[in-house]
Structures are given as C-alpha cells and as structure tokens.
Design a protein around this ligand. Structure first.
Ligand code: ASP
Length: 327
C-alpha cells in the first residue's frame, strides 16, 4: 500500500517588524514598538493542515533599521535551509517598511528553487484585530505549495513577486502593490490562486558568496531631483572621495522626475561624479512606469527599479565589479 505523503516542512525565520510588535495599550495600533515578540511565539496557535513548522529567530528589529549585517545573516540562513532536503519552503516574518528591499535583495542573491515567502503586518500583534496571524497562515500555505519556487511576498491575501513589489500605502492593511507588474496571485480559502509563472532568479552561488564575504556593502546613496534641486549633496559626497574617506561613495542612484529626468544643476553634478569614478544610475520617483533608454543618454537608466531597488542592484553590481544596470 502506498504511504500517505508526509507533511510539507516549512521553516519560519523571524526578523521582527510590526507583525512582532507590541503596544503598552492593546488598542494602540500606532504607538507600539516593532520587533518585540519572538517568532516561536508568533507561531503559537497557527496551524496549517499538512504543514510541519519550525521557527528560527534571525533578528528582531523594526525594519526601518534594516542593515547589511541582518541581510547577510538572513541570506546565509536562507541558503542553508534551502539546501536541506528536509525543508520544502521558507517563510520570513518582516516589517513592512523595507520589505521591498529585502525581497529584492533575496531575489537577486538566492538561487531559490524552493519558495521563500516574506510576510508582515500593518497592526502589532497586541492589536484587538491583528492582521499578522492571517498573513502568516497565508505565507505558510504558499511556502508549502508543491512546485512553488522563488521569492514571494504575502500581505492581506495578495501575493506578489518579491522583486516587483513596493510599499504603496502608509496605513491600509493591503499596503503593497507591484505597480505595472500586477499580482502574482490571491489567497482563497487558505490556498494560492496563482495568476502567473513562478518567479525565476538569476542569482548565482558566486554572488551569494560575494555578499556573505563583504563586511560592508559598497556605499550607494540615493539623491532626489525636485523643483529647486542642486548638486550640493553630490559635491559633498565627492569631497569625501577626494579626501579618501574609507567608506566614500561608490554609487549614486538619482530619483529623477518622470522618465528619469534631472534638474540641470543635479545633472551637472552627477556628470562630475561619474567623471570622478562614481557609478551613477537614474531611476524615477514616479510610482509606476520605467526609465526608457534614449540615444545619447549620458547617465544610464535603471529600468523599472524603484530608487531603493536600484540602490540594492547597484550595491550588488559593484560588489561583482560591474557598473551596468542589469542583474
Ligand atoms: N516600522 C515597522 C517595520 O517595518 C512597520 C511595519 O512592520 O509595518 O518594522
């Protein structure tokens, strides 16, 4: 007689966020502290039929404070668990504020042939009606889906490709959008309704090793173009370079207007920076669309990456000794 299949085995890695947040007053959904409750405790009372869960705390921070060291630790633990036959998928609990950056980073760093599903909450765990437990259940269900792969994110019953989403609302429970890319799927009655192909990452073992070995990432700053913009911030950064400061800027992402256009004063400074050896990319501050290339562009465009995504992409490119806007 054929044996019944065993449970799907999902590891849940905690990094903090509002999903692990606690307030002094239960009714307070604004005045709370993120990253207070351990992931093991978050899993208490969460049961998904047919899924065996194990928890691991990687960090417990407010994701507005996300940094390279936590990303390195997270990438390392994800790579470790993805390589185990005894693990079918990963869930990462995370704050909403920089979830898009972590998801983009992991998509480009992990060769995720199994699912890596980030999830979050807009209300702290102590709220009268927290959204975290349902988001966590949904993320576990996605991570346990047979044939699932790639870095995904689940929030408010909507599933996004990790490399595509951005936080699009400050307060709504459904706080993310994938802009022009559209949804990856919906959660319906605890199951994934997939609308597109599973995402494929172009990450390599070499890139992961480069990330894990770098004590600090290349310094890349984001500067916005706006009415009345100047080149003064760029010039300050260039001065640090001239003074040979150890962590002097290596890359600049300009959050341009419209199709990546720049105030003439900022553009002149950016060209000076490029001439001085800084890698400069143009992205857009528009909520959707992309920077379309045009003959004669003197500063490369960063395609459809948001400024924060382009910053991560440029750090990874510089780590690999590249300057082109392609990963
Ligand atoms: N500041 C919180 C964080 O990103 C916000 C949230 O999780 O919704 O950790």
């Amino acid at each position: 007689m054929a044996q019944a299949p065993g449970p799907r085995r999902v590891r849940v890695l905690g990094t903090g966020g509002t999903i692990a947040g606690a307030a002094a007053e239960a009714g307070d959904v604004l005045g709370y502290t993120a990253g207070q409750i351990g992931v093991q405790q978050l899993l208490g009372g969460i049961a998904v039929p047919g899924v065996a869960l194990q928890a691991e705390q990687v960090a417990n921070i407010d994701s507005k404070d996300m940094d390279w060291a936590v990303w390195q630790a997270l990438a390392g633990r994800c790579a470790h668990w993805l390589a185990q036959d005894a693990v079918d998928g990963l869930v990462i609990t995370h704050g909403t504020d920089t979830l898009e950056e972590t998801a983009f980073f992991l998509h480009h760093v992990l060769d995720a042939r199994k699912p890596v599903v980030l999830t979050c909450a807009m209300r702290p765990a102590t709220a009268p009606a927290p959204d975290g437990p349902q988001n966590l259940r949904d993320a576990i269900a996605v991570a346990a889906t047979p044939q699932a792969r790639g870095v995904l994110a689940v929030c408010a019953a909507r599933v996004h490709v990790g490399a595509e989403l951005r936080k699009s609302h400050t307060y709504r429970l459904d706080a993310f959008s994938a802009g022009d890319h559209g949804l990856f799927g919906d959660m319906e009655e605890g199951r994934l309704r997939r609308l597109r192909e599973w995402p494929r990452s172009a990450a390599s073992a070499r890139r992961l090793q480069a990330v894990l070995a770098a004590p600090q990432p290349p310094r890349v700053e984001i500067i916005g173009s706006h009415a009345g913009a100047s080149g003064r911030l760029v010039d300050l950064l260039l001065r640090e370079r001239q003074a040979q400061a150890p962590d002097a800027v290596q890359g600049l992402v300009l959050a341009g207007t419209g199709n990546g256009t720049l105030h003439h004063a900022l553009e002149a400074a950016a060209l000076r920076a490029q001439a001085a050896g800084v890698t400069v990319w143009r992205s857009t501050r528009c909520a959707a669309g992309r920077v379309l290339p045009h003959a004669g562009d003197r500063l490369p465009g960063a395609g459809d990456w948001t400024p924060v995504q382009a910053r991560v992409a440029l750090q990874l490119a510089l780590l690999e000794g590249r300057r082109d806007a392609a990963l």
